[in-house]
Design a protein around this ligand. Structure first.
Ligand code: GUN
Length: 291
């Protein structure tokens, strides 16, 4: 193995530390405490874990945290009513509605009901438009975390060939926009891309966000490429015992690490950065609200 392993866990701890320092200054100098409200509908176990971690880390950073748990059967109108109340509450600087929502609820309608200045996920049409036109936007947390790690490793990204694999609204598209803003030459590849390995082999920077376990292998990479693996896939792990599972990324770590210059592991890579960036976005929202 030759690649440097990018320590997302350590990096995220550093971001959280800086957020906590900023929060302490806001409290001491201005008497303001940033606050994040998280809305969880239903009992999805993965969502419950995320929401619990978000709440815990928000409090650890010295911020106010509110959790609103609603039954799976809640009406769209009741959810919109809650969002409206959070929009109107001056103590709430950030609002996050955990996705996915149950099928009977129009997720787009709910997301777009969030006041754009409190949309710490960066999912509203307003923030998407601001990002895509190069204006000050709330930036989605996962691509923001990935960009921070790239900048830390590579410094100026100008002129780099970047290939983003996956065109989701949450990761792929905003990631491509962020890299474009950094003056990369960006290719947004996806499941219908012809000769995907050949496209990826051109890249100095590869961001994999397709949700296909270990799809990207070392022979797809240019030597020395920086690889950011956004995938979190649970696969069977019979070597750990019957019925056991483990997490893997969209990249085949061992073969990619032979060729890449640097790579994020799964777990412990991009994942921890997402919540750290959520906290940072909440502080940004609080500062803008009190400007
Ligand atoms: N579900 C999984 N990831 C996310 C995220 O980043 N934001 C929201 N709102 N829901 C999610």
């Amino acid at each position: 193995m030759s690649a440097e392993i990018i320590d997302g866990k350590g990096f995220a701890a550093g971001v959280r530390e800086r957020v906590a320092e900023h929060v302490a200054r806001l409290k001491a100098d201005h008497g303001i405490t940033p606050g994040l409200a998280v809305v969880l509908v239903g009992e999805d176990p993965a969502s419950q874990v995320y929401v619990r971690n978000k709440g815990k880390q928000t409090v650890e950073a010295g911020m106010n945290s509110w959790e609103h748990r609603l039954d799976t059967g809640v009406s769209e109108a009741a959810l919109l009513d809650l969002v409206a109340r959070l929009n109107a509450d001056p103590a709430v600087h950030g609002i996050l509605v955990q996705l996915p929502l149950p099928d009977h609820i129009n997720s787009e309608a709910v997301i777009n009901a969030i006041a754009p200045e409190k949309d710490v996920d960066g999912f509203t049409l307003s923030n998407v438009g601001l990002l895509n036109t190069g204006q000050a936007a709330m930036v989605p947390c996962t691509p923001l975390g990935a960009l921070m790690m790239l900048r830390d490793r590579l410094g100026d990204l100008s002129g780099q060939e970047a290939v983003v694999i996956g065109r989701s609204n949450i990761v792929g598209k905003p990631m491509a926009q962020l890299l474009l803003r950094e003056n990369c030459t960006v290719t947004l590849a996806h499941s219908r891309t012809r000769d995907l390995p050949g496209v990826v082999r051109r890249a100095d920077i590869v961001v994999a966000a397709v949700g296909r376990p270990r799809m990207v292998t070392g022979d797809w990479l240019k030597a020395g490429a920086t690889v950011i693996d956004v995938g979190i896939n649970r696969i069977a792990a019979p070597e750990k015992g019957e019925g056991k599972t483990r997490l893997v990324g969209d990249c085949d770590f061992d073969s990619c690490a032979e060729v890449a210059g640097a790579i994020t592991p799964v777990p412990g890579g991009v994942g921890p950065m997402t919540i750290a960036c959520l906290l940072a976005n909440t502080v940004t929202a609080c500062c803008r609200a009190n400007d």
